[in-house]
Ligand binder design. Structure first.
Ligand SMILES: CC(C)(COP(=O)(O)OP(=O)(O)OC[C@H]1O[C@@H](n2cnc3c(N)ncnc32)[C@H](O)[C@@H]1OP(=O)(O)O)[C@@H](O)C(=O)NCCC(=O)NCCS
Length: 159
């Protein structure tokens, strides 16, 4: 990514943008990997207060052209990465890679030795290119009650 993309801690003011880009990213890239009805349920509804609270407490956002173009979070008590989404118009330009690298730095600084995540079926090659391993399948239970096949992956944090 060229230009002035940067990553910062999210605030409550970013919640609506994060909710919108999550929906856009899923509908753009997960189609064909999951039944349309499951994607509609996964992305449907209004933003909940729980989602907004998670954004304010745990999300980090990528900013480019004055707007939120990506999101991601790592739970520093477990090393679990979640909510990695990039706005479709900014995909393929290194935003996802930069977000995961940022979360990895936070995890290392917190003294964690490994990261875990449950990748969507479409994103597993992306995570593999960033050094994550895993090719099994399990079921991701979304907070909206949708069960989605996913790929559990881990990455050992060196040094
Ligand atoms: C997956 C996602 C976060 C990747 O973000 P992105 O900004 O487009 O990815 P980047 O441009 O940083 O790509 C980083 C590397 O991964 C590779 N990559 C990205 N998506 C890929 C894919 N679908 N298949 C294979 N490789 C992929 C890129 O080629 C790049 O490798 P390189 O640096 O060696 O060229 C984004 O496509 C997205 O939001 N997808 C939909 C939502 C989703 O499934 N999120 C994951 C939830 S677990």
């Amino acid at each position: 990514m060229t230009g002035d993309m940067h990553i910062r801690k999210a605030t409550l003011d970013d919640a609506a943008a994060c909710f919108a880009l999550r929906r856009e990213a899923i509908l753009a890239r997960c189609r064909g990997h999951y039944p349309d009805a499951d994607l509609a349920r996964w992305t449907g509804g209004e933003m909940s207060a729980t989602f907004a609270g998670r954004v304010a407490e745990q999300f980090h956002v990528a900013i480019a052209d004055g707007q939120v173009v990506g999101s991601g979070m790592v739970d520093l008590s477990t090393g679990k990465i979640d909510a990695v989404f990039v706005r479709p118009a900014y995909m393929g330009r290194g935003v996802g890679r930069a977000l995961v690298a940022h979360l990895e730095c936070l995890a290392k600084a917190a003294g964690l030795y490994s990261l875990q995540l449950e990748s969507t079926l479409n994103a597993a090659p992306f995570y593999r290119s960033l050094g994550f391993e895993g090719d099994g399948q399990s079921i991701y239970e979304s907070s909206l009650g949708v069960s989605l096949p996913c790929v559990p992956m881990t990455k050992r944090l060196g040094g």
